[in-house]
Write a protein that binds this ligand. Structure first.
Ligand code: ATP
Length: 435
């Protein structure tokens, strides 16, 4: 894979309504992106599949949707006000700032000033939390943070979840939502932005080494299998265990799942064994008891937490990169039908014959309530296929003159371009079976 591929993806994403640069008509806002008509559908499908997998299909998980703004004490407790920082260096020639731990970016910048001697400032720690003000006065009292990761809203509700449901350890809480970071160098399209979305599970277990190892391994494999089930190519995914000296001080174990991105292998999501760090700290800072009492043995303890933390936007980007296929002149996104923005597109063969158009509308309307469907009656069929291929629509249905005689339509397959004739009355079942 090359940078060229990344450029093709960025351009396709804009051209076909997946992702637009944030606030573009005002010259943009670095590190922000807007998901367009097709992108918002793909993103929603991704999140719905994730939710189904980690909440709906499991008896040991419940969901949450916590507030983005929290009492600032919560961020002191979790250590973010002190330690959520990256090492920042500044180029003395042009005053651009970089993360000193990103060697590739540093080298690239030195190459940019080829022929000149580049000097860097000493690394400074730079806190990534985004500040905001709440209330009518912009003073210290009303200062708070937009959440830098979504974890905290779950841990602070540990007791509420226990008291309002029938969960028992081991159990988990899943949540997805926006997070904000003052990234020093946002970049690689939506890979690193300042506003992004995470999908996380916090799985609470008995504080026991064997249990910890068992569940850590379980969640590693479980997440890898899920990504494979979305159709990502196995050879583009790998685990990378964090060396003990590279882990957060409280982490007992940490592994990333990495993707073979055009700029090299990079982090997709993390699986972290966080021990009792979060609950114990919230107990300390809030003064509230965070113990769990085993209903059978009466044993009291603060559970350990195995976390899985994935980026929605990074998953989205890697799905685009992974599914992008060139076949001669043809470009298509080989997305799993479960993820594709539209499952089906319906075309009248000609746009100016009323009975054909009416019949096509009837077919389209009958499918719309069960399948995300698109309609196109512009240009010729070839152009319509071309457009649907680029947004990954797995099947295109054409209503023609023959349909008016025998009530059958042509279905064209995105990956093979093969066409079959199917009765209109059987279309729903046909699609359902395929998806
Ligand atoms: P990195 O080292 O790449 O900055 P991180 O280790 O700080 O990432 P975590 O704090 O573990 O990331 O966050 C969990 C997940 O959230 C990441 O694996 C990634 O998918 C996503 N994520 C984190 N930061 C960003 C960002 N700035 N833009 C988009 N996604 C992000």
């Amino acid at each position: 894979m090359t940078d060229d591929k990344m450029q093709k993806i960025v351009s396709l994403a804009k051209r076909r309504g997946f992702v637009f640069p944030g606030s573009e008509i005002y010259g943009g806002l670095a590190g922000t992106w807007d998901y367009g008509p097709t992108g918002s559908l793909l993103k929603k499908n991704l999140k719905d599949l994730w939710w189904k997998d980690v909440v709906q299909m499991r008896d040991d998980m419940v969901g949450m949707d916590a507030a983005i703004m929290m009492n600032p004490r919560a961020w002191e407790a979790s250590g973010h006000t002190e330690a959520f920082a990256d090492p920042l260096v500044e180029c003395k020639l042009c005053h651009k700032r970089f993360r000193s731990d990103k060697e590739e970016e540093i080298k690239e910048h030195e190459n940019f000033h080829k022929g000149e001697k580049v000097e860097w400032t000493e690394p400074q720690t730079f806190n990534l939390l985004v500040k905001a003000y709440l209330g009518v006065l912009e003073d210290k009292q009303s200062e708070l943070y937009l959440r830098g990761e979504i974890t905290n809203g779950v841990h602070v509700n540990f007791k509420n979840v226990l008291d309002s449901t029938r969960v028992r350890v081991p159990f988990g809480v899943a949540q997805m939502g926006k997070a904000f970071r003052n990234e020093i160098t946002p970049g690689n399209f939506i890979f690193r932005s300042r506003e992004f979305e995470q999908m996380e599970t916090q799985f609470y277990i008995k504080p026991d080494e064997k249990e910890g190892e068992k569940w850590f391994e379980y969640w590693k494999q479980n997440r890898m299998d899920w990504y494979l089930s979305l159709g990502l190519k196995k050879e583009n995914l790998r685990f990378r265990d964090h060396e003990p000296d590279k882990r957060a001080h409280y982490a007992r174990a940490a592994t990333d799942i990495e993707y073979n991105a055009p700029w090299g292998w990079d982090e997709f999501m993390g699986i972290h064994h966080r021990g009792d760090w979060d609950l114990a700290r919230h107990e300390l800072y809030s003064g509230q008891d965070m113990n769990y009492t085993d209903p059978e043995t009466g044993e009291k303890y603060i559970p350990w937490d195995i976390e899985t933390s994935a980026g929605v936007d990074r998953s989205f980007l890697f799905l685009l990169l992974d599914s992008y296929t060139e076949d001669g002149d043809r470009v298509y996104l080989k997305l799993s039908p479960k993820l594709a923005p539209y499952k089906v597109a319906v075309f009248p063969l000609v746009g100016n014959k009323e009975d054909v158009v009416n019949k096509a509308r009837e077919v389209y309307d009958s499918l719309k309530s069960n399948f995300s469907a698109d309609w196109d009656d512009r240009g010729n069929i070839g152009k319509r296929y071309y457009a649907q291929d680029e947004i990954g629509t797995p099947w295109c249905i054409t209503v023609d003159y023959k349909t008016l005689e025998d009530n059958t339509v042509t279905i064209r397959d995105r990956d093979t371009t093969a066409q079959v004739r199917v009765e209109v009355d059987k279309l729903s079942d046909w699609l359902q079976n395929k998806i």
